[in-house]
Design a protein around this ligand. Structure first.
Ligand code: FER
Length: 288
């Protein structure tokens, strides 16, 4: 009997700990396709961009059981300097990761949009991706996102059109974009995530000129990076400024470099926090 109580107590304790806070390590096979579970669907869309004066391609992941009778929040998920709208699908298995999280009841239903963050006529990732014109196109994407892509999504899908129902996250160059555009447009985004943010990340004082506004308006601000990433400093300096100014954020440093192991883990952990009441115990997590 005593044993039974002990088991029950341990079970309740463990389940309450895992129901709260941050999942430190992805579950085994989190990125392996499972059979016999409901699957989401990937649409290809083409939207007219006034910013670029062209028609641009993006992908849209609809969750398992997507219903036109419901309205969904949206995560905009951005790629890095060497990629395009296909990068996450090629290297990050976001569909598998998200399908598995839904099967385990760990995600709030959401639409995920995978755009091309290089806002210029030739937005392919070919040639020298470090050319100044191509790097500048990652900054131009702010206008494309706000004025062209978001309105297209909000006209063509059943989505909730308020700041608390929009998240912006990305890897590397896309992480820098997420911080720059997310923190620069707190009237549009309440959930912001950067996985291995690149040197395009604005300097902290420019990025967060009004820490009190960030504190009041952000639901979750997420910074993660591999400890061996040579770009770690860009996450670290942002984290230090946020700490100095008392802006709550998750700073998750894990063993690893500048690669999809860290970015897949970022998507896995960050997506589970989205569009849910915020549990403050996540802020104690520092990675492992
Ligand atoms: C740089 C180093 C890395 C840089 C961008 C990156 C614009 C981006 C890396 C990535 O997106 O993976 O100096 O300058």
């Amino acid at each position: 009997m005593k044993n039974l109580f002990f088991c029950l107590f341990s079970f309740l304790l463990c389940s309450s700990i895992s129901a709260q806070g941050l999942e430190q390590q992805p579950a085994a096979n989190f990125d392996q396709e499972r059979t016999g579970i409901p699957k989401g669907k990937i649409d290809t869309i083409h939207y007219a961009s006034k910013t670029v004066d062209t028609v641009r391609r993006a992908f849209v992941y609809l969750p398992p059981g997507y219903s036109k009778a419901k309205n969904y929040p949206v995560l905009y998920l951005l790629h890095g300097i060497g990629g395009d709208e296909e990068e996450w699908l090629r290297g990050g298995t976001p569909k598998v990761i998200l399908d598995n999280l839904y099967a385990d009841g760990k995600l709030e239903p959401m639409i995920v949009v995978l755009p091309n963050g290089r806002a210029m006529k030739d937005d392919r990732a070919g040639g020298n991706v470090m050319e100044p014109e191509k790097v500048a196109a990652f900054a131009t994407f702010e206008k494309d996102l706000l004025n062209d892509l978001i309105p297209f999504i909000e006209t063509n899908y059943r989505v909730i059109k308020d700041r608390e129902s929009r998240a912006l996250a990305g890897l590397s160059m896309g992480g820098g974009q997420s911080l720059n555009f997310g923190l620069g447009n707190l009237d549009t985004f309440a959930w912001v995530g950067a996985f291995s943010a690149a040197p395009n990340t604005k300097a902290p004082e420019t990025l967060i000129p009004d820490p009190q506004a960030a504190k009041n308006l952000l639901k979750v601000l997420w910074l993660s990076c591999g400890d061996e990433d040579r770009l770690l400093r860009f996450s670290e300096r942002t984290h230090e400024y946020l700490d100095e100014h008392g802006v709550p954020h998750v700073y998750f440093i894990e063993p690893g470099g500048h690669d999809f192991k860290v970015w897949k883990g970022g998507l896995y952990r960050f997506s589970q926090l989205l569009f849910k009441p915020v549990d403050k115990s996540i802020y104690g997590s520092t990675g492992g």
